[in-house]
Design a protein around this ligand. Structure first.
Ligand code: BES
Ligand code: ZN
Ligand code: ZN
Length: 492
């Protein structure tokens, strides 16, 4: 699907059909040419509602507002509906709203998301009949935008949307096909294509790095673990950032085995790792002036005679001992070692981790929202702002000293689960905090994507299954801190 922008007006462009977006409250407005027919058809202009006037070759789609995320969603719905028709080429005007850049990007992202399917394992593949979409230089409110700039926005939105779909595809892969080894091969392929550095450690490498916690989790699996370290190093970077991803290619729970109904979907426990891969892909294609390191702990959590056990005491890379009381709280063990590795090897300005870490986070915020945790209020705020601007939902969960006490251990430095059944998302983050050195405390963010990373029913422009959560918000945050750094440079 090719997205093009032209300086022509809508009536000067040839296409099989046109997308017209209508905000519910404007339904009776005189510019809605077909308002009478639409009324008869029962079209109300509700968000994502579509009505195809086949004879007129017009697809009307509703939106609650012309805010960027409503536009993103409406354009995805429009493409999804038009794919069922015989239409091959489309045109649309602009819906610039408050922030032109954001809205142009949202249109392009919506168009690409509407055309996404995961059909790798279907004998009958999804059809993608729409080959070309022309966006005409004509805004419905008469607002103007620099044509060259708009072109650039579309190109960068395409990169971000394709990186998101790339993440979705890897998350959706079944566990026996996307093993730790395969995930490492994916990373190597990405590194080759995008000119990244890539180092992969196997079990011996993990032993040499004293990663006792990560190794324990991986022990009972037939598929050996991998630590993947990707690096994108542009010239004169403004910052150096380390991204750490939880890459559980399968989480059976281990000896603290999950009940059958909770085990399905646990192929998606690698979504943090896949988000890191997608972000690496996007930043290198966008050529952002930030040095980015992606560090992934890839393993399965399985059962077997050599499995690690509740009651075991593990020693992490930083020397701290961990009492295991539940082998299903494995993500934090893998992340503990990977976070230590990231601080030691990268010495980053910012340290972010992405993980489908706790069911408790889904209980707290609902399925669609990422939990943001960390010590620094300004950092959490700047990240959540970026997420909102990218069209991703987040909620901040606050640390407190009482929850901190709940992971104390009588016989080791820390326990891998809380003594209370409440506040599990935060106590998991406070466990990770034991592996963050003092100088990194205020540069660290923990992002629990257990909810939005994988939802079995479609929501908005997200399909059933993987959503690619984490990719858009992080790229947006990078763009935001680059802008800030440029401003600061100018004031100096
Ligand atoms: N991978 C799960 C968390 C999860 C749950 C992700 C649901 C996505 C959807 C994690 O490893 C886990 O099992 N966590 C336990 C922690 C508990 C044992 C303290 C949980 O959330 O129940
Ligand atoms: Zn688990
Ligand atoms: Zn897990």
């Amino acid at each position: 699907m090719q997205i093009e922008i032209t300086d022509k007006r809508r009536n000067e462009v040839e296409a099989d059909a046109e997308i017209i977006c209508v905000v519910a409250k404007d339904m009776d407005h005189k510019w809605v040419e077909d308002r009478e027919i639409l009324k008869i058809a029962g079209f109300k202009g509700e968000q994502d509602e579509v009505c195809f006037l086949a004879e007129k070759r017009r697809l009307y789609v509703g939106a609650e507002s012309i805010g960027h995320d409503d536009i993103r969603s409406a354009f995805a719905a429009a493409v999804r509906a038009l794919r069922k028709t015989g239409v091959k080429s489309l045109k649309s005007g602009l819906y610039l709203g408050k922030c032109s850049a954001q809205n142009v990007k949202a249109m392009a992202e919506g168009l690409i998301f509407g055309d996404y399917d995961f059909d790798l394992y279907k004998s009958e593949k999804a059809k993608h009949p729409i080959k070309k979409i022309t966006i005409c230089h004509e805004d419905f409110n008469g607002k103007d935008i620099d044509f060259q700039k708009a072109k650039g926005y579309i190109e960068s939105a395409e990169k971000v949307a394709h990186a998101t779909n790339y993440t979705r595809n890897i998350v959706n892969m079944p566990p026996d096909d996307m093993t730790p080894k395969m995930l490492a091969l994916k990373a190597v392929a990405l590194a080759e294509e995008n000119g990244l550095e890539c180092t992969v450690l196997d079990e011996k490498g993990l032993e040499a790095e004293n990663m006792g916690a990560f190794l324990a989790v991986s022990r009972a699996s037939e598929h050996p673990p991998r630590l993947i370290h990707l690096a994108y190093k542009p010239k004169n970077p403004k910052y150096r950032v380390a991204l750490v991803g939880k890459g559980l290619t399968y989480d059976s729970g281990g000896l603290s085995l999950k009940p059958a109904e909770y085990m399905v979907t646990m192929k998606a426990d690698k979504a943090g790792a896949c988000a890191v891969l997608g972000i690496m892909k996007a930043v290198s294609e966008l050529k952002l002036p930030i040095e980015v390191h992606g560090i992934i702990g890839a393993t399965e959590n399985m059962i077997g005679g050599n499995a690690y056990k509740p009651d075991d005491i593990l020693r992490a890379k930083n020397g701290k001992t961990i009492e295991v009381r539940n082998t299903d709280a494995e993500g934090r063990l893998v992340l503990a070692d990977c976070l230590c590795y990231a601080q030691e090897k990268v010495a980053p300005d910012y340290l972010l981790d992405f993980a489908t870490l706790t069911g408790a986070c889904v209980v707290a915020l609902g399925e669609y929202t990422t939990g943001i945790m960390g010590h620094d209020r300004a950092l959490k705020h700047s990240f959540s702002k970026a997420a909102t601007n990218a069209g991703e939902l987040t909620g901040t969960l606050q640390f407190n000293r009482y929850l901190k006490k709940l992971i104390k251990s009588e016989i080791a430095d820390v326990c891998n689960i809380s003594s209370s059944r409440y506040g599990g998302a935060i106590t998991a983050a406070l466990f990770l905090d034991h592996f963050i050195e003092d100088e990194y405390k205020n540069r660290w963010l923990h992002l629990d994507i257990a909810g939005p990373a994988y939802v079995e029913k479609p929501w908005g422009y997200n399909p059933a299954g993987a959503s690619g959560a984490g990719v858009r918000m992080t790229v947006k945050w990078f763009e935001q801190i680059i802008k800030q750094a440029e401003k600061d440079d100018n004031h100096r």
